[in-house]
Design a protein around this ligand. Structure first.
Ligand code: GAL
Length: 672
């Protein structure tokens, strides 16, 4: 019995108090409020349902979760001590997971385990909690890719002063609410204001326009070689010479007429604004098929998303044949005699699929790895980069995501049997710069030799500061961080890790914080995004401020009104597609609030007041000089598409009420 307990018992014996010390086990609480990367929270079992085991030691009790993860507990000052043994569960043997266990009390970090790997003995977490109202148990990503981060809080318990249980909770408003006004009946042209193409490449630009149909399209000043289809608004053809062309786009319907300037830059650079579209991974993962891809493309049109500038339909992993899957639809000859890749039986022929998508007015992308195997164990491009680049072009593809995975194999000289394992090794070993660059350079060069423009998206999770050299290998975008999941901790950690690469964002080069986790997602196991509505507003706002590629990751046939509202706000999208191509950075932190500021081509600024805390933040804001504002401005609420006030930065204050885990996104329009 410790001293405090002794005193309590003594006091109660002599009748002075009725308070008694108790133990409340974490596994006695409702753990379903936990949010985590994959799977469901487990009590007294590992994530896969085994006995909790850390470095050979077994535990009867505990909470097992999947990084990244968060569990909030309302202690109301009634707990004095938290103890647990934390570590990675042995059930993921054969892989190299890494995670960090953290404890936050009322928003302050109380304890961190530092990075833990598989095989590390359980670390003791013993933290005094006196006075803590809200406790958060976090498991953050330890930087090795997060597929196998099975994390255990073993023997976790509280010493309390009288309480017999605690409530777990999720404090963020959970009712979806719609802010985006419906598009008006008059035409509004929403496609990007600038478009890059290389001389001689097929040209495809859709004048994406909302408003009543029928609508007719025309364009003034189109250079020789390009024509516009008056019914669809599609501009096609070829430009033979480099140059910059100023064009006026016109869309007309019974209700009115819209005009917009488009700058066509024919030269070396493409993807002059961040690519917008859909990718199959977050939704279908290994279950993707040509049929599902076609249906996603149909839904892009039917939902009206195409009219807001959404363009790419990207097939991720699993269009290739697999190394050893039991699923026969993934088995077959990997390559023909000349080394050209053979798609699996779910796809058969890629050319008609690409034609189908193009005929809808969209573009199409696909996926490979520089290693012998993709991350999912399908055929990679190693040794066949030339043939693969030729196939993509011959089939008519417009975009390639090139994912490191088993390339770690090649540099570590390991048997190529596990793409996940080798990718982890390359993390911990840290690929030398030349080695990190080489495979992307090879494919980059072959892509450039093709007779069509193929957007090149590097995926290697930010190793070797890819943002510093991605452009030199022909990359148009590069992942900066590990895989996203539909959890608050994942989105928050990824968002807060973007500033370091911000200076490298520019037209044609985009930092990629990974795909959107809105709508029905699930990596083959569909469910509604676990992000709360406020978190989803924050997610989209930040990705727009970051000039990030916007790739919808959800089931396009299950788009609900709330998700559509997030994806169709043209003023928010305009921030993302701004031709200046700057990435917002955090210019001020006030408590849990970060203020991200993005400079725009018109000289104005988009500002996201982002609340990463668990309480609503209310304040009278007046630090305008810190966010680069000086003078008189109209303040426009971009989500509501309304001017809300005029401010004079020297004298006025701006009243802000930012929801927990939420955002206010304003554009400050100079009134010089
Ligand atoms: C991961 C990548 C994911 C997805 C997956 C396919 O490495 O980050 O976005 O492409 O591989 O196996």
């Amino acid at each position: 019995m410790n001293f405090i307990m002794g005193v309590l018992v003594l006091l109660s014996l002599i009748g002075i108090t009725t308070i008694s010390a108790q133990t409340v086990w974490l596994d006695e609480l409702d753990l379903s409020a936990a949010t985590q990367g994959y799977g469901v929270p487990m009590k007294n079992k590992s994530l896969d349902g085994n006995t909790i085991t850390i470095a050979g030691k077994t535990f009867e009790r505990g909470f097992s979760t999947h990084a990244v993860s968060s569990l909030l507990i309302l202690l109301e000052g009634k707990a004095s001590l938290f103890t647990a043994r934390v570590g990675i569960d042995d059930e993921v043997a054969g892989h190299d997971p890494a995670a960090v266990f953290e404890l936050y009390g009322d928003g302050k970090k109380l304890w961190s385990s530092d990075i833990m790997h598989l095989g590390d003995s359980a670390r003791l977490c013993k933290v005094q909690l006196d006075g803590v109202q809200k406790l958060e148990l976090v498991v953050a990503d330890g930087g090795n890719g997060n597929y196998y981060d099975h994390a255990d809080w073993a023997d976790a318990r509280f010493e309390t002063t009288g309480a017999t249980t605690f409530k777990t909770y999720n404090p963020i408003a959970s009712e979806p609410y719609i802010l985006t006004p419906l598009p008006s009946a008059e035409p509004r042209i929403n496609s990007a204001k600038v478009f890059g193409v290389r001389p001689g490449s097929p040209f495809q630009y859709l004048v994406a326009t909302t408003g009543d149909r029928p609508m007719t399209f025309s364009a003034k000043g189109l250079p020789k070689g390009l024509t516009i289809d008056p019914q669809s608004g599609m501009i096609t053809g070829k430009l033979l010479n480099a140059g910059t062309y100023e064009v006026t786009l016109i869309a007309e319907n019974a209700k009115g007429k819209a005009e917009k300037k488009l700058r066509i830059i024919c030269g070396d650079r493409i993807a002059l604004t961040p690519p917008m579209g859909w990718n199959s991974w977050n939704c279908f993962a290994g279950e993707v098929s040509a049929d599902k891809v076609k249906r996603a493309a149909d839904a892009m049109v039917k939902s009206g998303l195409i009219n807001h500038g959404w363009t790419y339909i990207n097939i991720d992993d699993f269009w290739e044949n697999h190394r050893d899957s039991k699923d026969q639809s993934l088995r077959g000859k990997l390559r023909d005699e000349a080394g050209y890749i053979i798609p699996n039986s779910r796809f058969v022929d890629m050319k008609p699929l690409a034609d189908y998508v193009h005929n809808l007015g969209l573009k199409i992308g696909l996926y490979s790895s520089p290693g012998p195997w993709t991350c999912g164990g399908c055929t990679g491009s190693y040794g066949y980069e030339k043939q693969d680049a030729e196939s993509y072009a011959k089939w008519g593809f417009d975009y390639l995501k090139y994912d490191w995975c088993s390339y770690g194999n090649v540099i570590n000289g390991l048997p190529d049997n596990d793409p996940y394992k080798v990718s982890s090794l390359s993390y911990s070993g840290g690929a030398a710069l030349n080695t990190a660059i080489k495979p992307f350079k090879i494919m980059g060069e072959y892509l450039r030799q093709q007779p069509r423009d193929i957007v090149y998206s590097l995926c290697q999770y930010g190793m070797s500061d890819v943002w510093k050299w991605g452009d030199s290998v022909g990359g148009n975008s590069w992942r900066t961080t590990n895989d996203i999941t539909d959890t608050w901790v994942s989105v928050k950690n990824i968002a807060l890790a973007q500033d370091k690469s911000a200076a490298w964002a520019r037209p044609g080069n985009w930092n990629d914080p990974d795909m959107l986790v809105l709508g029905t997602v699930g990596w083959g196991n569909p469910h509604k995004s676990k992000l709360k509505p406020d978190e989803q507003y924050l997610h989209i706002s930040l990705w727009c401020l970051f000039s990030a590629p916007l790739l919808i990751g959800c089931d396009m046939e299950k788009l609900d009104d709330f998700t559509l509202n997030l994806l169709t706000n043209d003023e928010v999208i305009e921030v993302n597609q701004d031709p200046l191509g700057k990435q917002a950075t955090c210019l001020q932190t006030i408590g849990e609030m970060r203020i991200f500021v993005k400079e725009l081509e018109d000289g104005n600024r988009a500002v996201g007041f982002c609340n990463f805390g668990i309480d609503v933040t209310e304040l009278q804001y007046s630090d305008f000089e810190k966010i680069g504002l000086n003078g008189k401005f109209t303040v426009r609420d971009l989500w509501r598409q309304q001017d809300i006030s005029t401010i004079e930065t020297n004298s006025d204050k701006l009243k802000l009420k930012v929801p927990a885990h939420g955002v206010i996104l304003y554009k400050f329009i100079s009134l010089k």
